[in-house]
Design a protein around this ligand. Sequence first.
Ligand SMILES: Cc1ncc(COP(=O)(O)O)c(C=O)c1O
Length: 468
Amino acid sequence: MHARAWTTACLWQVPQDPAALLETAAEHLWLHASEWQALTRRPDRRLLVAGRGCTVVDAQGREYLDALAGLWLVQIGHGREEVAEAMARQARTLAYASASRAVTLPAIALAARLAELAPGDLSTVLFCSGGSEAVESALKIARQYHVLRGEPQRYKVIARRGSYHGATYGAMSVSGDRRRVDPYFGPLVPGGLAVSAPYCYRCDYRKTYPSCDVYCVEAIEELIRFEGPGTVAAVIAEPVSAACGVVVPPPEYLPRLREICDRHGVLLIFDEVITGFGRTGALFAAEHWGVVPDLMTVAKGLSSGYAPIGAVLCRRPIAQAFRGDPGKALAHLLTFGGHAVACAAALANLEILERENLVANAACQGRHLLAQLRELAARHPAVGDVRGLGLLCALELVKDQTTKATFAPEGEEITFLLDTLATLGVLTRADTCVYLAPPLCIQRPELERLVAALDTALTRFEQAYGYL
Ligand SMILES: Cc1ncc(COP(=O)(O)O)c(C=O)c1O
């Protein structure tokens, strides 16, 4: 192939041969897709070289609205000098110190800041490198906590079907779609149980809100009783589940879930990996319902993607159970937990979120986006439902409004829609839904552009697939 020096020098030049680079990527990068060559063919797979605010730029200089904020996480927007500066400064000063023997200033400052910001007494922070590790850590904390309290038989964890909590073994074992993982990785970690999500558009119990009396949360209590409360360690739930299709629970759901967990001595874990740091128009989604979980997992928006970092926030009494005797310590040392440069990035990110009122902006722009999406839904037969909270929104696609039949998540129709959107200058993600979660710094003109592109793409989609 071509002679090229793979050094940092090649990172700062505009690539002259993007097609050849995509070939190299398809050859050497393990990609999250079964068809790796898609990278060289599909308009929505790009070699991205730069970003500023809500816009990313590809190697040919084309600009795209980043309608998914990377992967639901670039809250403050791309290209923020202030974060780059904080990271560079920390790297120059002290990039790393052993997590087992020392602490660094950025880790102390970030832990203290998170304790101030988090709801209730979620004030002890365990750092890690991302969302899966955060969930993994929370599951281990929950299990060991019960052992330390003298209830070692509590090992089961209840999740909701369709949820996603991560790719590592423990997180995968409590994630939604067992059909996709069991054939390759079973048996999974024992004790993973699942109930239906509060997905009112397609209620598994064939009920209609509000006459259902929120049966889906009662089903969790029934399961706890059936399994035996003394065997259940935790319930894990995203307050708003992106993986289930941006499912926003009915108002009673999470407060009742808190009561159920309390009644049975079960820990409540909120997975706020996507919803944390303003995504839903509150700093943490738990605030919308006034519920304080026992453990909260965060990642993504904690650094807006400028550095890989995640954390588990623990309520004080839970953390206290691990103190005192060396035998009580959590057997869980992560080399990169509390990485100084990542913590500096997160601190700078939190400062921007606060100074620029981005959480309030997410609430306000999110209301507008949802209203616009509802207006689109009224005109487009391909849209079966619209859901969202803050800047976490989805349009659910259907073949037919009455039957609610869906398209195959990675089928030709969804590919057509994503490619059309990319051609119109919008990058996002879609399966049975089209997801919209732009950076929280988005302003009205960019939102209007996003909605106009969606409108055009849906019209082309409906023309291509026989609705019109
Ligand atoms: C709710 C939730 N939890 C956990 C994870 C896993 O995070 P990561 O990919 O950073 O390991 C994700 C990833 O999207 C997620 O959406």
